[in-house]
Design a protein around this ligand. Structure first.
Ligand code: GLU
Length: 265
């Protein structure tokens, strides 16, 4: 509990939103969820905090626009859906966030951009300038140009890199489960939610196996990988259920919700 107090002081926050929260099947972008998110971000800004969003949902939005019910299996198929969906997704963000006087900016990256020192620096300068202007940067992977060797593959890993790029204090991954459980809660009633993880060892990794939802790409395993990266940088990470009311506000008030991962002491 004591350690959660540090979240109260977090100034710069990266929030990753999973596809399962953002997309309601054939209806496309879930504007009710987006609206709640925008309202919370506006309140956090009032407290003097800076918020950076890492969004998923381009492929899901593309699928809804094309009335396609099954996720394409081929890379060009997914890339096409992402290309159709990304502008629609950003339009929804822009429209909803503007109701809360928030301006958003789109930044699309691939893993290569993070590994290349020069491009990393360029992205960082642009990001710092956007934050100075009071704008909410919204990141996604540049799916249309990312082929296997140069892509992050899922946005949990991307969000850990963005935490590094932004020198943020904390990464919050919002998803459709309550956090990390001792075993899969969908399969085992005995599953218990872990409030804290002090060290990511084999036992923790073993709790996280199993894929994610139908539309999203990552499961718990990619979130644990992200937690390893983030805590390795000396930052905290929280996984929590984004469907619950006022999640960001409550997490950043130090309430014991979701699972918090801490850097080694
Ligand atoms: N970049 C993908 C999209 O926007 C999401 C990857 C993921 O679900 O993690 O659809």
């Amino acid at each position: 509990m004591q350690r959660r107090q540090t979240l109260k002081k977090a100034k710069r926050i990266v929030v990753k939103i999973g596809t399962s929260l953002l997309i309601s099947g054939a209806a496309g972008v879930n504007k009710i969820f987006l609206s709640k998110l925008a309202k919370e971000i506006a309140a956090l800004r009032q407290e003097g905090r800076e918020v950076i969003v890492v969004t998923s949902g381009a492929i899901g939005t593309g699928m809804a626009a094309m009335q396609c019910t099954e996720k394409p299996r081929t890379i060009p198929g997914k890339q096409a859906m992402a290309a159709i969906g990304q502008p629609r997704l950003m339009q929804a963000y822009s429209q909803v966030f503007s109701k809360y006087q928030l301006t958003i900016a789109q930044i699309l990256l691939i893993a290569d951009d993070i590994q290349n020192r020069e491009r990393f620096a360029h992205a960082r300068h642009a990001l710092v300038e956007l934050l100075r202007l009071g704008v909410i940067p919204v990141f996604n992977e540049n799916d249309t140009v990312a082929v296997e060797e140069i892509k992050f593959g899922e946005n949990d890993t991307l969000s850990a890199h963005i935490t590094h790029l932004a020198e943020a204090d904390v990464l919050i991954i919002l998803t459709d489960v309550g956090g990390l459980y001792t075993c899969n809660p969908a399969e085992n009633r005995e599953a218990k939610l872990l409030e804290h993880v002090e060290k990511i060892d084999r036992a923790v990794e073993a709790m996280a196996c199993g894929p994610g939802s139908e539309l999203g790409t990552g499961g718990m395993a990619t979130k644990i990988k992200a937690a390893k990266m983030v805590t390795g940088m000396g930052k905290e990470m929280v996984i929590a259920d984004g469907r619950l009311p006022k999640m960001l506000t409550r997490i950043l008030a130090g309430e014991p919700i979701g699972t918090a991962f801490y850097p080694p002491r």
